[in-house]
Design a protein. Structure first.
Length: 177
């Protein structure tokens, strides 16, 4: 087996990416401290044709050289917007009939593998601060809370890892099934 060269991967150009049909999924990052995590999320959203990223609270925004280190140019391809307050954003999205889910550990959360995509509705998922998680005030407004099943001794994953796990699962359910 021979590894492929980048030139053999037939990736979309930034212009073609912007024209490509996206999956109806919005990623919300609220109070993410690590700029490397923000860049990694941009890159993962590019890989799975995510419609848009909202950056909220203290989450840094492009252009930023620390974000660029891990984003590798995906801040140019993935649509994004800054929204100061995640609660106000959730209200706005719900008014627009978007189904909003938090990625969090709560009472009565739905395990990711059991989560069913709402039919004919755009989906937004909130990822919270690396230490504190999604704000309770935002969780209270969500239509669902999705939990990533974990079986080891730790109770959490790095935010960029969580985004990768969740987006792959939702992408499969929305695009491939």
């Amino acid at each position: 087996m021979r590894k492929l060269k980048n030139s053999e991967l037939e990736r979309l150009s930034v212009e073609a990416f912007k024209e490509e049909t996206k999956i109806p999924l919005i990623v919300i990052l609220d109070d993410i401290r690590s700029l490397n995590n923000v860049g990694s999320v941009f890159r993962t959203c590019d890989a799975f044709l995510i419609e848009k990223i909202y950056l909220c609270g203290i989450t840094a925004t492009p252009p930023n050289k620390e974000i660029h280190k891990t984003a590798l140019g995906s801040t140019e391809s993935v649509a994004w917007e800054y929204a100061e307050d995640v609660v106000a954003l959730v209200h706005r999205l719900k008014k627009d009939k978007v189904f909003v889910a938090a990625i969090e550990q709560t009472e009565n959360s739905t395990m990711l593998n059991d989560f069913k995509i709402p039919a004919h509705q755009k989906l937004a998922i909130i990822f919270g601060n690396e230490v504190k998680g999604v704000k309770q005030s935002a969780v209270n407004l969500c239509d669902a809370v999705i939990e990533i099943p974990q079986f080891g001794t730790k109770h959490s994953l790095n935010i960029s890892v969580s985004v990768g796990v969740v987006l792959w699962d939702l992408f499969k359910k929305m695009k491939l099934d």
